[in-house]
Design a protein around this ligand. Structure first.
Ligand SMILES: Cc1cc2nc3c(=O)[nH]c(=O)nc-3n(C[C@H](O)[C@H](O)[C@H](O)COP(=O)(O)OP(=O)(O)OC[C@H]3O[C@@H](n4cnc5c(N)ncnc54)[C@H](O)[C@@H]3O)c2cc1C
Length: 551
């Protein structure tokens, strides 16, 4: 059996975990390192099961790094009568703030009401939401005058009747996923990225194992498990089809895109629901010096590994936001980056992708295989609970305590009486004293929790770890080291996109700092000159695919 010694979350720890995966029969093997798979692995490991998780690319490679990045109650779903989903999501916000305060930032959401619309109806809807969410004090919605709406959303189109504001939360979806994977490993799970599951093995009509192909070190490991969980999001159907199996529910891939703007060009605070005069709807969210706007919601038949925004997707979003903020005169030149994500929606007869429920589906078929699909980032913990409930007849009582995912903090959480704000204030002072630019410090405090201690410790060893990757890129050399030593970053894209969020939230995709990051990774991971060149070329290509798409 895998020993409970926690795996190191780096290249060496990964190598060892993969070997150990092949040596013992696990209780649970999870396929897919998105938020769903990582959440299940963490929950199961906390309950004392022997757990493996295998991800074919990187944690959050799929939809879990391409969402709108909001931990939200889903007010919009009230319109469709999805009260249980709204209640569950609304309550989850509180739990995630407790276990990951460093990753769940306050985001005041404004619902503006225009002439011809009913302010009363919106207020009544928000009152229902408050009651489902159990909101207290400042968590409750507040009514805004037109002037107050304009203060938060300058340039919003007229005629404005007023609005409502209520608190939601913004996160870094990739880091939230990563910290769930790290936490699973801390509690005994064997967690491996860049390894693909193929060939589910059957014996007497039961799924009993699979082959895992290591895409970094070119080997194949045979893994056996009492139960396998297929948590592969939009790849669900493909994984089943490869084994000659069919999905119990019909899944429709639905693509949504976002465009990134500078907050100087759309100077809103917090976030807002957008409603264009032609009825198109979307969201705009502020993240430090950026505002991103989305999203489309269209049935999708393209590449699952590389969903990209098209020019017509961008036109749709630009038209919508320009209609809402006509004075800003936004155009293609304002689009700093784009991204696309694909949802695996559970098909509902007669409904469009936008109107289809975001609820998840979990089923066992054939014996030995649980499949989970759909859902939301916000409700990942509850999805994990539902999966483990379904695993109960096969696994029997858990060796450890029941669900602890609501109380055990994620690895980067700052615990202690002083709280996160005091921690960030203190570490900001230390970083600035060490010569780090205030703008970089602001980004670091947004992205990291207690990992700032690691960065400062690297700086104490050698101050050059606190130097920027490049004067134009607001990131430190030490973040590359952190990503490799503690966060299992194995490729340049792993670091630039999913660890440091430089692909989407830094000037020109952080390209100016890519060479320095590649140098640090090459030295630590033993890349030769060819591999370094390949990694840089891949990153440049990846960045180009996230730019304004060609007409
Ligand atoms: C545009 C958009 C915006 C959204 N915004 C929000 C939001 O703001 N808030 C919210 O709560 N939810 C949001 N969602 C929903 C949320 O992002 C998804 O529900 C969630 O990320 C799905 O996670 P997942 O783990 O199921 O899938 P994924 O993140 O796609 O993970 C599946 C993983 O399986 C891996 N995999 C596939 N095949 C194999 C294999 N053979 N072997 C090993 N690994 C494999 C893939 O590489 C992938 O990493 C949004 C979704 C979209 C599309």
């Amino acid at each position: 059996m895998p020993t409970p010694t926690p795996q190191k979350f780096n290249l060496a720890g990964r190598r060892d975990a993969l070997t150990r995966l092949g040596q013992a029969r696990l209780d649970l093997l999870i396929i897919g390192g998105g938020i769903t798979g990582c959440g299940i692995a963490r929950d199961a490991a906390l309950r004392g099961w022997t757990v493996g998780l295998v991800e074919k690319e990187d944690f959050a490679f799929g939809t879990s790094s391409r969402s709108s990045k909001i931990i939200h109650g889903g007010v919009r779903y009230l319109e469709y009568g999805h009260f249980l989903l709204v209640k569950e999501s609304a309550l989850e916000r509180r739990v995630l703030r407790t276990i990951a305060p460093h990753l769940v930032h306050h985001l005041p959401f404004v619902f503006p009401v225009f002439g011809g619309e009913s302010l009363l109806k919106v207020r009544a809807g928000l009152a229902v939401f408050d009651s489902l969410a159990g909101s207290k004090g400042s968590e409750k919605h507040e009514n805004l005058s037109p002037e107050e709406v304009r203060e938060q959303l300058p340039g919003l189109r007229e005629p404005l009747k007023g609005g409502v504001r209520y608190p939601e939360y913004i996160t870094d979806d990739a880091r939230l996923t990563l910290e769930n994977a790290q936490s699973a490993a801390e509690h005994g799970a064997l967690v491996v990225n860049h390894a693909r599951v193929q060939h589910l093995r059957m014996s007497d009509g039961r799924v009993t194992g699979c082959s895992v192909v290591d895409l970094i070190e070119d080997r194949t490991v045979e893994v056996s498990a009492r139960l396998i969980v297929n948590a592969t999001g939009v790849w669900t159907g493909g994984v089943l089809a490869e084994a000659g199996l069919e999905a119990e529910f019909s899944l429709i891939p639905s693509k949504g895109i976002h465009i990134l703007l500078s907050a100087e060009r759309l100077p809103i605070e917090g976030a807002t629901f957008l409603r264009a005069t032609n009825g198109k709807r979307g969201l705009a969210m502020r993240r430090l010096g950026y505002v991103y706007v989305g999203t489309t919601d269209d049935e999708y038949g393209g590449s699952l590994d590389r969903p990209r925004a098209t020019r017509s997707d961008v036109d749709e979003v630009l038209d919508m936001v320009s209609d809402c903020f006509p004075e800003q005169h936004l155009g293609y030149d304002d689009v700093l980056a784009t991204w696309a994500g694909v949802r695996p929606l559970i098909r509902e007869a007669g409904k469009s992708t936008r109107d289809t429920s975001r609820e998840d589906a979990v089923w066992v078929s054939p014996p030995g295989l649980i499949t989970v699909a759909g859902g939301k980032l916000t409700t990942y913990r509850q999805m994990a609970r539902r999966v483990l409930e379904l695993a109960d007849p096969d696994l029997g009582p858990a060796p450890g305590p029941p669900d602890r995912t609501a109380t055990v903090p994620l690895p980067g959480a700052v615990v202690g009486p002083a709280g996160l704000a005091a921690y960030h204030a203190e570490r900001s002072r230390d970083l600035i004293e060490a010569g780090v630019e205030p703008a970089v410090v602001e980004r670091l405090c947004w992205l990291y929790g207690n990992q700032l201690d690691d960065l400062l410790a690297f700086g104490a060893e050698d101050l050059s770890w606190l130097e920027p990757l490049h004067p134009e890129v607001p990131a430190l050399r030490g973040e590359v080291r952190l990503a490799m030593e503690r966060e299992m970053a194995l490729t340049l894209v792993d670091f630039m996109d999913r660890r440091a969020a430089l692909l989407l939230f830094s000037p020109n995709f952080g390209l100016a700092g890519a060479d320095a990051a590649a140098d640090i990774m090459a030295e630590a991971l033993g890349w030769d000159a060819d591999q370094r060149t390949r990694e840089l070329a891949e990153y440049r290509e990846f960045a180009a695919e996230h730019a304004l798409p060609p007409a």
